[in-house]
Write a protein that binds this ligand. Structure first.
Ligand code: FAD
Ligand code: DHB
Length: 392
């Protein structure tokens, strides 16, 4: 098979890239090692920045998002048993975020690609990429046991943190920057109405907790836990007990309980490779960088990368110019590092660290007090949370 851009991975990055390329008249093929059902049901992120929402609507994949997405204009930071609202609309000139599950984004993009005649090939094995430092690039894989090959001009490595594209780049080309956190998140999805209209980020002596949602009937909750925690050690009753303690307030507020329909543990890591390209191979999304989830940025950053990449590839095919392709990594990394900083800062402000002492806790509480009571402090959080402007 021959195409212009071979894309490895049908997550948000790979699918959005394929969609944007199609709109610019550039052909691509996406290959994915999991099944379509698996990727469309995998529970992950849920917060879309304004820019991500606008892009989905402008490019014709926002119909269900407009119907089902929950638009929020603020979040609550809760500490010392009291809630403090950060008013995004007021602080950012009317911007907000939309709660819409990542697997719904993936579903909308897959539907659009297939409806437009695009090729998304699921359940492939033994994927490897070849000759990407030259001009005759190839992706090889197996499907139903039979060998296949895609010849292409460019390869986009959109295969996530554990994918094969980044590790295939020769040693010494990339520099990795990393921080692993001494905690993880235990997340649940519960069949119960959210207990608040907006997200609640709670900093408690016992650790961080987050209240989010997926719909009027589905609540998403997370608590900080040990990094090596086994999910079997957390029967539902223990999870609810811990949630009640961490969200407790001095007023009548109550956390609603309901049947737990999904639970899992997510490790926390900050990771970046520089540069995000080698020859005609371009890394995008989690394949190139990971943020801890506290700022709700992973999915949004993946979308921001492929916006830059789709433009650069379109410019190459339209005008034969490699200028934008050559700048891809530099343009992306400016945003990546700002988002890394924000995600690290939110994580550090809200979690308990194992070596925390009484001084550290007082300092954290002072920071929360400052952020929630100073307009400058709140505004800095708000403008990062709703998403920094795209610089293409
Ligand atoms: P991915 O979504 O990881 O997509 C990569 C795709 O490539 C996958 O479909 C994978 O199956 C496929 N693939 C991998 N290897 C191969 C191969 N060899 N060949 C073919 N295909 C391959 N972010 C938040 O903001 N909030 C959250 O609550 C949150 N929770 C998360 C929970 C988990 C368990 C994980 C792993 C991530 C979470 N994230 C969260 C991060 C967010 O989901 C990611 O940043 C986002 O998915 C990045 O999109 P992507 O397309 O770059 O990568
Ligand atoms: C969700 C996940 C996040 O990481 C976050 O910061 C806020 C909300 C969510 O899954 O809804």
């Amino acid at each position: 098979m021959r195409t212009q851009v071979g894309i490895v991975g049908a997550g948000p990055a790979g699918l959005m890239l394929s969609h944007l390329l199609h709109l610019s008249g550039v052909e691509s093929v996406v290959i994915e090692n999991k099944s379509r059902k698996y990727v469309e049901e995998r529970v992950r992120a849920g917060v879309l920045e304004q820019g991500t929402v606008d892009l989905m609507i402008e490019t014709g994949v926002g119909t269900r998002l407009k119907q089902l997405g929950l638009v929020h204009h603020g979040v609550e930071l809760r500490f010392d048993g009291r809630g403090h609202r950060i008013d995004f609309a007021d602080l950012t000139g009317g911007k907000g975020i939309t709660i819409y599950a990542q697997h719904e984004v993936v579903r909308d993009l897959t539907d659009a690609r297939l409806a437009d005649g695009g090729q998304v090939i699921f359940e492939v094995d033994d994927v490897s990429i070849h000759d990407f430092d030259g001009t005759r690039l190839r992706i090889t894989y197996r499907k139903d046991g039979a060998p296949h090959q895609i010849e292409c001009d460019f390869i986009a490595g959109c295969d996530g943190f554990h994918g094969i594209c980044r590790p295939t780049i020769p040693a010494g080309v990339l520099t990795a920057f990393e921080r692993v956190y001494p905690f993880a998140w235990l997340g649940i999805l519960a069949e119960v109405a959210p207990s608040s209209d907006e997200l609640i980020y709670a900093s408690h002596e016992r650790g961080f907790a987050l209240h989010s949602m997926r719909s009027q009937q589905l609540t998403r909750l997370y608590i900080q836990c040990a990094p090596d925690e086994q999910i079997e050690a957390w029967p539902d009753a223990r999870i609810w007990d811990e949630m009640h303690r961490r969200f407790a307030t001095h007023d009548e507020w109550k956390l609603h309980e309901g049947p737990v329909v999904q639970k899992g543990i997510t490790e926390m890591r900050s990771f970046v490779v520089e540069p995000m390209q080698y020859g005609n191979l371009f890394l995008a999304g989690d394949a190139a960088h990971i943020v801890p989830p506290t700022g709700a940025k992973g999915l949004n950053l993946a979308i921001a990368d492929v916006r830059v990449l789709a433009r650069a590839l379109a410019e190459f095919y339209r005008r034969g110019s490699r200028d934008a392709l050559n700048r891809y990594s530099d343009v992306c990394l400016r945003r990546v590092w700002k988002v890394q900083r924000f995600s690290w800062w939110m994580t550090s402000m809200l979690h308990r660290f194992e070596d925390d002492n009484a001084f550290d806790r007082r300092r954290q509480l002072a920071e929360l007090d400052y952020v929630t009571n100073s307009r400058a402090g709140s505004q800095s959080l708000a403008e990062n949370y709703v998403g920094l402007p795209m610089e293409l």
